[in-house]
Design a protein around this ligand. Structure first.
Ligand code: NAD
Length: 462
């Protein structure tokens, strides 16, 4: 089949790569010329400099005959003459802190698409085309998309919802082997086309292929993200806080008890300074906004958002509160800029608030390190007298007074020797927002470090 992707971000590109790998001919269109240039280079370092996703380069280079990238809409126009399916993979961020989704990217793309679709096959509009929404959207965007198409005069089309459940960092793996594929549609014809498109998954016994109504698919995505977000924030705010409050409780030991109950399960049972990223927060906020707009109570949904926000504020403020720590004039290593391991995505990353906090508190220097997100972070905070970037954790740690760990990159678990070596004879502060050094807290305190970790009470240098 010939498939157009509008929006070549994490979702669009990973999904497009898997479609090409399934044998379809794929064109990815994005307004971001630099991104398209890098993705379309089929070069590992250039692709990873804009989208660090394990396996993405391999998949793109393996299928480069079947997947093309463009920021030139005239190529889209030509492709639409023979396209069977168009995927919409546009951003749907929150407007400020209102909960309302900014649908302008989606609507702009849909209107432009509608005005092009009416011209396909010289205006004859002979071929039937399915518009598939993969963006996470308010309930009833399928209805709104149909309205846009109909008003523009588009004929022979269907619209379906196909929410994306990929996990960043594992997006390629998740797209090649999804647990489920959800199609929300209205007509058998559209379901049939989607089955053909996803034959690889439809005929696989390992994938749950779920066909439901369009609104149900949209609601299922929002609710799923809310439930996951809620689980994380409950773990941070209740389990983590309990372990932080009562001495002699080790988070990892309490966790062992909890996760052996299959009703609780082990997903999300860890402690962290914040659940960032582009989805959980905005999708929960959107759900709350929609419920409240419909005159319903959304207290519980709102509480997850507030609990998450509270974690970061509580964590950052602990040094001042518990140690009377004065940040002014200090040199601080900030390890981890991405919102989580295995990605360069810094959307809603806690590192952003940490840098702002440290700058407000007049530290002398923030020495940043992330294995893959330095470049993205530099776009927010340029290299300056106060904010510096390093190629290794060891370099960032040199000549510092304090260390803040903000991302769960596995390599940070092995920092004990470097920390002890570099701080020898000097008192230091470790703020571990991910419990990466939990196996060494006692040893580090004996070596002269004060330790503030999520899920632990303050451990003073011995
Ligand atoms: N990232 C995830 O983990 C994830 C998972 C599931 C669902 N989603 C949802 O999928 C959607 C896309 O997310 P993403 O992470 O891929 O976002 P992204 O920001 O990485 O990508 C979106 C892309 O759309 C492009 N774009 C914006 N306006 C455009 C236009 N008019 N025409 C063409 N391209 C345009 C942007 O340049 C950008 O490259 C969002 O609704 C998100 O909530 C994301």
């Amino acid at each position: 089949m010939n498939i157009l992707y509008i929006g070549g971000g994490f979702v669009g590109t990973c999904s497009a790569a898997v479609s090409a790998d399934s044998g379809h001919n794929v064109l990815v269109y994005d307004i971001d010329e630099k991104k398209i240039d890098k993705l379309g280079s089929y070069q590992k370092d250039r692709i990873e400099s804009c989208m660090f996703e394990e396996g993405l380069y391999d998949l793109l280079s393996r299928n480069k005959e079947r997947i093309k990238f463009t920021s030139d809409y005239s190529k889209v126009k030509n492709f639409l003459d023979k396209a069977h399916v168009v995927f919409m993979c546009l951003p749907t961020p929150e407007i400020g802190e209102t909960g309302e989704s900014d649908l302008s990217f989606y609507f702009d793309a849909a209107e432009k698409l509608a005005n092009t679709l009416i011209k396909r096959q010289d205006g004859k509009q002979d071929n039937y085309i399915v518009i598939v929404n993969k963006s996470t959207v308010p309930i009833d965007m399928v209805g709104k998309t149909k309205e846009i198409m109909t008003q523009a005069g588009v004929k022979k089309f269907g619209v379906v919802s196909n929410p994306e459940f990929l996990v960043e960092g594992k997006a390629v793996h998740g797209s090649v082997r999804p647990d489920r594929v959800v199609i929300g549609g209205e007509t058998e014809k559209d379901f049939e086309i989607m089955r053909k498109l996803y034959d690889r998954f439809y005929s696989s016994s390992g994938v749950k292929y779920i066909e439901v109504g369009a609104g149900e698919a949209e609601a299922g995505k929002l609710l799923s993200n809310y439930l996951l977000f809620n689980k994380l924030t409950q773990c941070f705010d209740v389990v983590g806080r309990t372990c932080e409050t009562f001495p002699d409780l080790k988070f990892e030991n309490v966790r062992k008890i909890l996760i052996t109950d299959p009703r609780i399960g082990n997903w999300g049972l860890y402690d962290s300074l914040y659940a960032g990223g582009s989805c959980f927060i905005k999708d929960s906020r959107s759900l709350s906004y929609q419920l409240q707009t419909a005159g319903k109570n959304a207290t519980l949904v709102n509480e997850s958002y507030l609990a998450n926000k509270r974690q970061l504020e509580l964590f950052i403020g602990r040094a001042e509160r518990e140690l009377d720590y004065n940040w002014e004039g200090k040199k601080v290593a900030l390890l981890g800029l991405a919102f989580k391991q295995d990605t360069n995505d810094i959307r809603n990353a806690p590192s952003i608030n940490i840098v702002n906090f440290l700058l407000e508190n007049r530290v002398e220097e923030i020495k940043c390190y992330d294995p893959v997100a330095n470049g993205d972070f530099k776009r927010l905070f340029e290299q300056s007298k106060e904010v510096k970037y390093f190629e290794t954790a060891l370099e960032a740690l040199q000549d510092t007074d304090a260390v803040i760990i903000a991302t769960d990159w596995p390599q940070f678990r092995g920092l004990y020797d470097s920390l002890v070596g570099l701080y020898r004879g000097k008192k230091g502060l470790i703020m571990d927002g991910r419990r990466m050094l939990q196996h060494k807290y006692n040893d580090l305190s004996r070596e002269g470090f004060d330790i503030i970790a999520v899920g632990s009470p303050l451990l003073k240098a011995k």
